[in-house]
Every structure is written in C-alpha cells, then in structure tokens.
Design a binder for this molecule. Sequence first.
Ligand SMILES: *[C@@H]1O[C@H](CO)[C@@H](O)[C@H](O)[C@H]1NC(C)=O
Ligand SMILES: *[C@@H]1O[C@H](CO)[C@@H](O)[C@H](O)[C@H]1NC(C)=O
Ligand SMILES: *[C@@H]1O[C@H](CO)[C@@H](O)[C@H](O)[C@H]1NC(C)=O
Ligand SMILES: *[C@@H]1O[C@H](CO)[C@@H](O)[C@H](O)[C@H]1NC(C)=O
Ligand SMILES: *[C@@H]1O[C@H](CO)[C@@H](O)[C@H](O)[C@H]1NC(C)=O
Ligand SMILES: *[C@@H]1O[C@H](CO)[C@@H](O)[C@H](O)[C@H]1NC(C)=O
Ligand SMILES: *[C@@H]1O[C@H](CO)[C@@H](O)[C@H](O)[C@H]1NC(C)=O
Ligand SMILES: *[C@@H]1O[C@H](CO)[C@@H](O)[C@H](O)[C@H]1NC(C)=O
Length: 526
Amino acid sequence: MDTKRSLFFCLYLLAAQSISVETSPNLLNLMKYLEQPIGRSLFSRVSPRHIHHLEQMLFNASFCGHNLTLQTNSIQSLIFKLDCDFSGLSLSSATLANVPQAWAPHAMQFPAELTKGACVTSRPAELRLICIYFFRAHLFQDDNNSSLLNNYVLGAQLDHRPVNNLQKPINVSFWHNQSLEGYTVTCVFWKEGASEHSWGAWSPEGCHTEQPSPSQVLCRCNHLTYFAVLMQLSGDPVPAELQVPLEYISLVGCSISIVASLLTMLLYAHSRKQSNSITRIHMNLHGSVLLLNVSFLLSSQMALPTVPKSVCMVLAATLHYALLSCLTWMAIEGCNLYLLLGRVYNVYIHRYLLKLCVLGWGFPALLVLLLLVIKSSVYGPCVISFSSSQDNGTGFQNVSMCWVRSRIVHSVLVMGYGGLTSLFNLVVLAWALWILCRLQTQEKALRPWAYRDTIMVLGLTVLLGTTWTLAFFSFSVFLLPQLFLFTIFNSLYGFFLFLWFCSHRCYLDAEAKAEMEAVSSSQMTH
Ligand SMILES: *[C@@H]1O[C@H](CO)[C@@H](O)[C@H](O)[C@H]1NC(C)=O
Ligand SMILES: *[C@@H]1O[C@H](CO)[C@@H](O)[C@H](O)[C@H]1NC(C)=O
Ligand SMILES: *[C@@H]1O[C@H](CO)[C@@H](O)[C@H](O)[C@H]1NC(C)=O
Ligand SMILES: *[C@@H]1O[C@H](CO)[C@@H](O)[C@H](O)[C@H]1NC(C)=O
Ligand SMILES: *[C@@H]1O[C@H](CO)[C@@H](O)[C@H](O)[C@H]1NC(C)=O
Ligand SMILES: *[C@@H]1O[C@H](CO)[C@@H](O)[C@H](O)[C@H]1NC(C)=O
Ligand SMILES: *[C@@H]1O[C@H](CO)[C@@H](O)[C@H](O)[C@H]1NC(C)=O
Ligand SMILES: *[C@@H]1O[C@H](CO)[C@@H](O)[C@H](O)[C@H]1NC(C)=O
C-alpha cells in the first residue's frame, strides 16, 4: 500500500470516528466465519488453516495509530505496533474497548523481554504483537473433549517469530464466577499437531498455574501461543470398585469406635469414685471422639440429594465442631501432662475442670458459630469422585459428604488447627518421655503408672490427630492409602482407649486390693 493511499485511509478513519471496523472487512468476515458452529468433521480439517489465515491478515493489516481492535460476537483481535524500546505491556479486559459486560474478565501482561529475541540480530522498525481472544472454544477441541475455564482461549503472537524460554514469564489471568470444587485447574497451551484426530492438544509445558484468589487463575508461561485453563475432575478419582469396601470399612470402623467410646464412658460412670482430673479429662476426650464418629457417620450417610441443604449444613457444622473440640481436648491432654510432670508441687487451679470444659467445648463452638454467622455457605455437600472403569472409562460417580466447602477455612481451621495441636502434643510427648526416663534412672518415681497412662493416651491422640488431619487433608484428592490408614487407625483408636481404660481399672483394683491386704495384715500384727 503506497503512502498516499495509506494517508487517505487514515483520513477516512478519522472521519469515520471509528477505530477500525470499516478498515478491514475481510478480517471481520473471517472472524465471523470462524465463529460459526460448523460440523466438527468438516471443521477439524478446516480450522487451523483459517486461524493461521486470520493471524496472517492481522500481521498484514494496515492501520493508523498504535493499536487496532476488531471485535465480533465471540472473537476479539488486537494488533499492537511495538518497537525495540518495548517496556512491557499490560492488557486487561477492564480497559479494552468493546468488551461485553457479561464476559468474565481476563488480563495479559507481557514482559519487556518479549522483543529481545527479535531485536538481537536486526533492529526492525516495527514489530507487531497480535492477540486473538476466543470466547468460545469450539475451534480448540482436543481428542478428550477437555473442558476449559469460561471456554476462553487467549492467544498472542509476535510477528512471525516463535517466542520461547522467556526469563520473565507472560502473565495470563482468567477470572471466573463458577465453582471449581472437584476440579483441578491447569494452565495449558495449544500444541499443534500433538494429537491424531484433532489439529492439536492441550499441553502444560512451560506454564505455571497459580490461584491467587478463589475467583482467579493466573498462568505464567514462558512462551507465546494460545492459552487456556484446563478443568479436569480432581486428582485420580478413587476407583469405583473400592467405593463399596471403603464405605463398608469406614462404617465398621466408626461403629467400633462409637461402641468402644460408649463402653468406656459407661464404665467410667460406673466407677465414678476413683475419678480424678486426669480421668475426667480422658472422659471428655472420649466424649468428643464419640461425637466426632457419630457426626462423621451421619454426614457421610446423609448427604443425599433428597436431604435439604440446611440439614447438610448443620451436619457439616457439627462434624467440624466435633473435630475441633476433639483436637482441642487432645491439646488439653498435653497441657495437663505438662502441668503434672512439670511442677513438683500440686498446683491448685480454681475450678480447673470447668475452665478446661469451657476451652474444650466452648472455644470450638465459638469458632463454628462465628463461621455460621459470617458465611454459612462454607458448610454443605462436598463431592468425592469415583471413576468407574466399567462405564467405558469416562464415567464418574459422585459421593457426597457434608463438610467444609471453603478451601481457606479448610486449610486454616482443619489442617492448621490439627497440625498445631498434633505438633504441640508431639513436643509434650517427647518431653514427657525424657522426664520419665530421667526419673526412672534417678529414683523410683512416686506413681509412674499415672504418667505412663497419660503418655499412652497422648501418643494415641497424636496418632489420631495425624490420621484425622491426613484424612481431611483434601477431600477432593482423597488418596487411597490415606483413606485406608484413616479408617483403620480410627477404628483402632477407640478400641485402644477402651483397652487402656480396662487395664487401668484392673491395675487400680489390684492396687486397692493390695492396700487393703496390707492394711488388714498390719491390723493382724497389732
Ligand atoms: C501478508 O504479507 C505478505 C508479504 O508482506 C504476503 O506474502 C502474504 O501473502 C500476506 N498475507 C495475507 C494473508 O495477506
Ligand atoms: C490504543 O491506542 C490508543 C491511542 O491511539 C490509546 O489511547 C489506547 O490506550 C491504546 N490501547 C491499548 C490497549 O494500548
Ligand atoms: C457467571 O457469569 C456468566 C457470564 O459470564 C453468567 O451468565 C452467569 O450467570 C454467572 N453465574 C453466576 C453464578 O454468577
Ligand atoms: C507477572 O506477575 C508478577 C507478580 O505477580 C510480576 O512480578 C511480574 O512482573 C509480572 N510479569 C509481567 C510481564 O508483568
Ligand atoms: C486424553 O486423556 C488421556 C488420559 O486422561 C491422556 O493420556 C491423553 O494424553 C489425552 N489426550 C489428549 C490428546 O489430550
Ligand atoms: C467428544 O465429542 C464428540 C462429539 O461431541 C464425540 O463423538 C466423542 O466421542 C467425544 N470424545 C470423547 C473422548 O468423549
Ligand atoms: C460400554 O460400552 C459398551 C459398548 O462399547 C456398551 O455395550 C456398554 O453398555 C457400555 N457400558 C456402559 C455402562 O455404558
Ligand atoms: C459428578 O460431578 C461432576 C462435577 O462435580 C459432574 O460434572 C458430573 O456430571 C457428576 N456425575 C454424576 C454422575 O453426577
């Protein structure tokens, strides 16, 4: 195009007061053509050529000013004129013209390094960066019919050069308003020719995925192409054949635990006379374990679609409360052992047990109630996927459970809380063992039996705390070994506590008998 015509073109543009639409009717027609839902069989052969053609036309398009925007219903093309003094470019759908409000926002940030490769050998007067945004992904279907976040494919290219291995990555942000629960998101790019039946496949090479906020996915990629966010059902879903055995094991395990806890508490009620603060704390722990197991059973059995949402919410909140108070009582066990062993003299704390109860039962209740008041939607049905290989490889069966849905609450108030209490108890346990070893070498301790008891309980609580934290590590990526470990340890735990209680009672009975015999024999000698 000669200068005269180009000038005329620009004047025409100014007169029309429009960015571009009239300048490139062919381009727009092509974009509109690409938007059409065309039969897949015909299309799979046609699309790459058309997309490459569109790229060519964008590189060749002549226009005034530094940038040009072309917009159709679901495709947006941008052209930027860059030079070798490029200092980086930040594009955001919030500042781009003509972006329909209904579309979820997106953004791209290009580093200054982008033009470096092109400027090393020669210094071209003008470099072109084109961006093609597809807001319907029908052109990018891979063999697996993978689903993409928002169905967005954001592409960018610099001149005709490949841009690879950038030191500073290109940032591509996708915002979304849909729930990603049960999905893992991966930033991917379209790799042409990587598949047999389609013209390309999605690949995560060179792209790094981050989720800075629940509604944003940030991709950092070291090359320029067509980017998207792949949504896949999380992790490796548990094989469907294991669903029934797992449910069965957890049902049996929880039931054993419940029965053992109940029995222990009944036995305790029967022998109330021998109670001291250590035993009472144990009983509270038993109580919270009982509540935990009951609510776990209920919330996994009751998360049916027919059950109202509010019921599921209450169950989830109860389960969370039970878990928190169980963890708190474990920490109290640790604290109590520290007080017992750490101080030589008996400390008297006014209404000790009442204060502990307020802490062990009240504090978790406060946390859960606060959460319910602030945002009750954190509790509700959670989905665990089971892949079913019988259903021709692609089927998924969903199992629901009433539990914490928010990732943040989950990581702070389940993993964080559980991790801290387990760590604390581990430290106290190690310290107590060390003290006991020292006592044993120095002299016969007064009553090491009580300490040893407590230490055993503490050891079990650490075990239990760890397994529960493991089990709740992430519900959507329920790892198989951890699931089995959890159910087995959990059932053993209640049983162990029960055995310990029995052996403790036997010991106390024997001791009482021995004392009585000693007393009677001393009376005999008198
Ligand atoms: C773009 O311009 C180049 C030469 O500058 C030409 O070879 C090519 O055919 C043009 N492509 C299109 C699609 O117009
Ligand atoms: C496009 O160019 C115009 C001026 O020509 C400028 O105001 C606008 O910010 C540019 N847009 C982008 C996204 O850089
Ligand atoms: C999410 O955004 C789409 C448009 O991008 C809109 O149609 C839909 O109603 C929104 N969904 C929610 C739950 O806000
Ligand atoms: C991408 O984001 C990171 C931090 O979020 C920032 O340091 C970097 O400069 C960004 N890259 C570009 C090209 O703007
Ligand atoms: C399709 O999915 C399977 C497994 O999920 C994977 O191994 C394969 O690479 C995928 N194919 C394409 C073209 O993405
Ligand atoms: C992908 O979708 C097409 C048509 O919608 C279907 O024929 C094909 O079987 C699907 N492929 C997979 C792996 O689901
Ligand atoms: C799996 O595919 C076979 C044919 O390929 C079909 O007969 C069978 O019913 C399918 N099974 C399910 C569960 O859809
Ligand atoms: C399972 O859940 C996934 C996403 O949560 C959904 O796409 C799928 O249709 C569900 N499957 C069944 C059988 O409900």
